[in-house]
Design a protein around this ligand. Structure first.
Ligand code: HEM
Length: 449
């Protein structure tokens, strides 16, 4: 797309991304694809070049070709990679692939996050969902109404905190969202805002925000260190076998190495954020789409009634709830919590006929893939869970959890949590649209938000 001398696309990106950078950037890519047919385009960010991809075949080449061609490396990113040293540091999500800290933590944590691993924590997840329902009934009252957004945040946060780290933050006992969650979300919001500015401009124009980001990051890291120290104290040692325990006691099966305390804190923070934010967003979006599409909601309610009825929810039920699975997937297609992925080219190379220099950041536009008419057909904007009966139109047409070794480790965890929560929710409550509300307009089938 057309650009300014020296500044390149900086002005356009800033204009687009003022409110919500990654979503806006993804939407811009989608617009370029729809209006001008661009499935690959470049961005010049004050002299730093970025390649944006929304072509499923090229995305497949990036994720499935020679694993040494592309990597996840935040050092090469002009989008705030340097800021991570204050907050998530070398947590699984933000650490570079070639850093041994990723390989060690990944190998230790892959088993508790497998299908078998998460199956073992289903009873604990059901308990959290029961606590959610109890708290909602207590606070909302019979026949009362509430907005769902705060509740899904509470559910997602308590679930990862209790099921993963054996620590409750008391979210169901208090009406307000826990201050730790607020601080954590502030950290991520600041990362997003500060990351839009090149470092030299950021230091001039965002001094105050930068300082508050550094302070909030220190505060949430302190809480994680306290959780770790509490667990290490003798009296708590025996009673758990959760993620935190695995991080503290298990050794990497390949090297025999254990995770350092610093790495455990990085990952505690990573799980507390990655485990709640996207899951809460996904559940809220799914409820919005179901409100906007009453026939889908009715079909789902029928399925829950037929499969689970009044029985105790079990693992076998979850596998039988096929329409629920489609509703969750269709939501993740239309409203993927992460709309972009970042990779870098490790060397000078050619990708689908395009010259790609070494160390160039590549943005994979998940939103544009999920909204591609070529892949999904003319009804691409509509919420139609039934489309999943036909399977995927292309292996890389749907990637809310990414692909390859850096794909979401919490995939099975979140899918189980969403299913458990939706079943328990609909066994006790109903959802309705609030006409004219922003969420209502997003979910009415014609807008990408
Ligand atoms: C990575 C999406 C839930 C933990 C990722 C990535 C995506 C993603 C797209 C890859 C990022 C990249 O390649 O740069 C989602 C979505 C979720 C979700 C859409 C919910 C709907 C969770 C949950 C947890 C989690 C519940 C933890 C319990 C992680 C971690 C990584 C990750 C630790 C980094 C993995 C690695 O690089 O080794 N997630 N996620 N996520 N996710 Fe999730």
């Amino acid at each position: 797309p057309g650009s300014w001398p020296f500044l390149g696309h900086f002005v356009t990106v800033m204009r687009y991304c003022w409110d919500n950078s990654s979503w806006a950037l993804a939407k811009w890519g989608l617009e370029l694809q729809r209006s001008q047919g661009f499935k690959t385009h470049g961005l010049n960010f004050c002299g730093t070049y970025i390649i944006c991809l929304s072509d499923a075949d090229l995305v497949q080449e990036v994720f499935e070709g020679d694993p040494h061609r592309f990597t996840k490396n935040f050092n090469d990113l002009p989008l705030g990679g340097d800021l991570l040293e204050y907050s998530f540091k070398d947590g699984l999500f933000t650490v570079n692939t070639d850093n041994p800290a990723w390989q060690v933590a990944h190998r230790i944590l892959i088993s508790p996050f497998s299908v078998r691993g998460v199956r073992g924590i289903m009873p604990m997840m059901c308990d959290q969902a029961d606590l959610l329902i109890k708290a909602m009934k207590r606070d909302v009252g019979y026949g009362g109404t509430t907005y769902i957004d705060t509740w899904v945040v509470k559910m997602a946060f308590e679930t990862i905190a209790v099921c993963g780290l054996g620590t409750s933050f008391g979210c169901f006992e208090n009406a307000e969202i826990n201050p730790f969650v607020k601080h954590l979300n502030e950290v991520v919001e600041s990362l997003d805002v500060l990351g839009r500015w090149p470092p030299f401009l950021r230091r001039i124009f965002c001094r105050q925000r930068l300082q508050s980001y550094i302070d909030s990051s220190a505060s949430v890291r302190r809480t994680c260190m306290e959780i770790l120290q509490r667990r290490k104290s003798e009296e708590h040692k025996e009673s758990h076998k959760d993620l935190l325990d695995r991080m503290l006691s298990d050794a990497d099966p390949k090297t025999g190495q254990k995770m350092s305390e610093e790495s455990v804190v990085d990952n505690l923070l990573t799980f507390l954020f990655a485990g709640q934010d996207s899951t809460a967003a996904a559940m809220a979006s799914c409820l919005c789409y179901l409100c906007a599409n009453p026939t889908c909601k009715e079909r789902l309610l029928r399925e829950i009634d037929e499969v689970v009825g009044k029985d105790q929810l079990s693992w076998e039920h979850l596998n039988e709830l096929q329409y629920l699975d489609w509703c969750i997937k269709e939501t993740l297609r239309l409203m993927p919590p992460g709309s972009l992925l970042l990779r870098t080219s490790t060397r000078e190379q050619v990708l689908g006929g395009w010259y790609v220099p070494a160390k160039v950041p590549i943005i994979v536009n998940i939103l544009a893939l999920h909204y591609s008419e070529d892949l999904w057909g003319a009804d691409v904007n509509e919420f139609k869970p039934e489309r999943w009966e036909r399977g995927l139109p292309h292996k890389f047409a749907f990637m809310p959890f990414a692909h390859g070794p850096r794909a979401c480790i919490g995939r099975e965890f979140t899918l189980m949590e969403q299913k458990v929560t939706m079943v328990k929710f609909f066994q006790n409550f109903d959802v309705e649209r609030v006409p004219g509300d922003k969420a209502d307009r997003v979910a009415d089938g014609s807008s990408t938000g």
